[in-house]
Design a protein around this ligand. Structure first.
Ligand code: UGB
Length: 605
């Protein structure tokens, strides 16, 4: 076994557990970590801190640091040898459910899904810092749209609360439990997420309903031997980097929450990402698909343009009989197809989209089979490593690397008998993430989505317009405008609170007669029982009412309204939230009506 005189000189400083960790490091070829350690008596506190960090790295990884280093060696060797993780697998297009918003099938799934919400736990992965977006705050605090300024987290929480109420109403009974929400955070996001929740009274949820689970970073690797990288600024610190959203499974498992949920009678776990403002429009129907088809794993997907940088859902069949339906990241899908008899790789088919649906990384797992699987794996997810080599000899890295794992890789370890499916819905309904900064978004090839703050907000309006149009309201076509170098369709700014409608059935119940909304208009519905009947809107109307008021709104509204104005993204005097969109809402004139008393009211304008 390797030894380290520098560590030996300092052994008396350490607790027996720390000595054991030190021996493990030596055994795992990590003697270099102590190369610069001075004699006992110098920097002793720093040396103890080093072992605190090692203990944390050891306890937060399934199987401990030794297992991490061992896996890293194997994966680094595979990477050096250029081994394809999909060797021997043939890709094909899997079968799943394709939803068309508003048709009978959709409504049936939505109804089934709403019933399931009270048996569902929601898990938001929000440990990512959003470096691609170039925003300094946490992404869940970003306004989803700037008409009302509602942030993503508020919208998510209100949607969960309203869906759970609707679920109880359907069951015509008392809600037996509060639907739980887990938020996975990281050191980059934890404090700010907690602060956002606490300073807003958890946006209406009980604080006991929300649990934050913090993921830890993993050790960086300096070379192909998986020698841990020492922080260049501190010889007593191992450099660390994020391990990826796949950590959510081991955290849920080790927290004991899954068992608690099972004992409380829950049946589903729904995972979602930090900045997709449309997601909850499809969650009820997707839960309905899971329940109807008995899917153990249901991945939500959208049609995907070939080579668009989101993973593709693919059936992989191995020569040895193994089979799985799994997300294949876009950079692997194209070479995999080329290597298996598709010389053109990932190309659009006659639909104008790739035949491999785009994974939007919202998953619905059935709790029972999920616990069974995690009892075997402890939540460890198949990892990968992506070193950037200095040259073609692949002997040195440009900078340290680390193992990573993705939450959607969970099905990789499942037995072939597991029921793994997916649900595709229209991107206008289900997917508008805010991931890219303005400069990168402006470079996106024409026809592919920008996935920026600009397109994310435009998508909220588009979706709400499309839904109201399908419910019978005449809404104008959008106009095309360019903000931050991105051409987007601007529809009228229609926004409603989840308590007004969380399903299409809700919308249809609350809309009747002949109503119209012009493109330059803004309509904000905040009240629960607001009924739109024969309304003609050309300007801005904001309506609010207490829950036990029923308010019929009709007639004609015309005013200067609220306009959308371009702003300069480089104008540092403006807030960052505004600059990343490239526009602001200019509130010129509005009609604002608020009803604070219970009762039935009619507002004829
Ligand atoms: N996240 C964490 O909670 N912890 C982490 O360590 C990292 C991220 P990104 P990514 O929807 O377009 C995913 O960075 O990983 C959270 C899918 O892999 O926004 O590049 C983070 O806070 C890909 O298949 O996305 O790509 C955020 O909520 C595709 O579907 C979430 O994880 C892509 O999303 C995603 O992190 C997509």
């Amino acid at each position: 076994m390797a030894s380290s005189p520098n560590l030996e000189k300092n052994l008396s400083l350490l607790t027996p557990d720390q000595v054991e960790l030190g021996m493990m490091l030596l055994e795992m070829g990590q003697a270099h970590l102590f190369d610069s350690w001075p004699d006992l008596g110098i920097d002793d506190d720093h040396k103890k801190c080093f072992f605190h960090q090692v203990a944390l790295l050891n306890s937060s990884y399934p199987g401990g640091l030794a297992s991490y280093i061992k896996t890293a060696r194997e994966l680094l060797a595979d990477s050096k040898a250029g081994k394809n993780p999909f060797d021997g697998f043939t890709p094909s297009v899997p079968a799943g459910e394709i939803l068309t918003f508003g048709d009978d099938n959709f409504i049936k799934y939505e109804e089934t899904g709403v019933k399931q919400v009270q048996y569902t736990a929601f898990v938001l992965v929000a440990g990512g810092l959003g470096e691609r977006l170039g925003y300094n705050g946490i992404k869940v605090a970003l306004p989803m749209e700037t008409t009302t300024g509602t942030c993503f987290l508020q919208h998510y929480i209100e949607s969960i609360l309203c869906l759970s109420e609707a679920s109880c109403r359907q069951a015509q009974g008392e809600c037996p439990r509060d639907v739980p929400l887990v938020i996975m955070t990281s050191d980059d996001t934890h404090e700010r997420t907690l602060h956002l929740l606490e300073s807003n009274a958890y946006f209406g949820m009980k604080s006991t309903q929300v649990k934050l689970l913090k993921q830890e970073k993993v050790a960086c690797l300096a070379d192909n031997d998986a020698r841990l990288a020492v922080d260049p600024k501190d010889i007593y610190k191992i450099q660390t980097k994020p391990h990826g959203h796949g950590d959510v499974h081991s955290l849920l498992y080790s927290s004991g929450l899954l068992r608690e949920w099972k004992d409380a009678g829950l049946r589903w776990v729904t995972f979602f990402q930090d900045t997709n403002g449309l997601l909850f429009k499809v969650i009820p129907a997707a839960l309905g698909v899971s329940a109807t088809k008995g899917y153990h794993v249901n991945s939500l997907a959208v049609p995907r343009k070939a080579k668009e940088p989101i993973g593709g859902i693919t059936r992989l069949t191995h020569a040895d009989g193994r089979e799985m339906v799994i997300n294949v990241e876009y950079n692997q899908l194209d070479p995999l197809l080329r290597g298996t008899g598709h010389p053109d790789g990932d190309v659009n088919c006659e639909t104008g989209y790739s035949p491999y649906p785009g994974n939007i990384n919202q998953l619905i797992l059935e709790l029972g089979p999920y616990i069974d699987e995690l009892s075997k794996t402890s939540g460890a997810i198949k990892e990968f490593v992506n070193p950037k080599y200095k040259d073609s000899t692949k002997t040195a890295f440009k900078s340290s690397t680390r193992l990573e794992c993705m939450m959607q890789d969970y099905p990789k370890t499942l037995a072939p008998s597991a029921r793994v499916g997916f649900t595709v819905s229209d991107p206008w309904l289900a997917y508008a993430p805010v991931k890219n900064n303005p400069d990168d978004a402006a470079k996106v090839p024409k026809g592919n989505p920008y996935h920026s703050a600009t397109s994310g907000e435009a998508a909220i309006y588009r979706s709400n317009n499309m839904i109201l149009r399908l419910a019978g309201i005449k809404v104008d076509d959008p106009v095309s405008q360019v903000f931050n170098g991105q051409e987007v369709e601007i529809w009228s700014r229609i926004v409603w609170k989840p308590k007004w409608a969380v399903t299409f059935a809700d919308v249809k119940r609350k809309v009747s007669g002949n109503s119209s909304v012009s493109q330059r208009s803004t309509l904000v519905i905040k009240g629960r029982n607001v009924l739109i009947e024969d309304l003609s809107l050309d300007g801005t109307l904001v309506i609010d009412s207490v829950d036990d008021a029923e308010l019929k709104v009709g007639g004609s509204v015309q005013n200067y309204g609220w306009t959308i104005e371009s702003i300069d993204k480089d104008d540092r005097a403006l807030p960052e939230e505004m600059r990343i969109r490239g526009f602001k809402i200019n509130k010129l004139e509005q009609l604002e009506k608020s009803y604070s008393e219970p009762g039935k009211f009619s507002l004829k304008l």
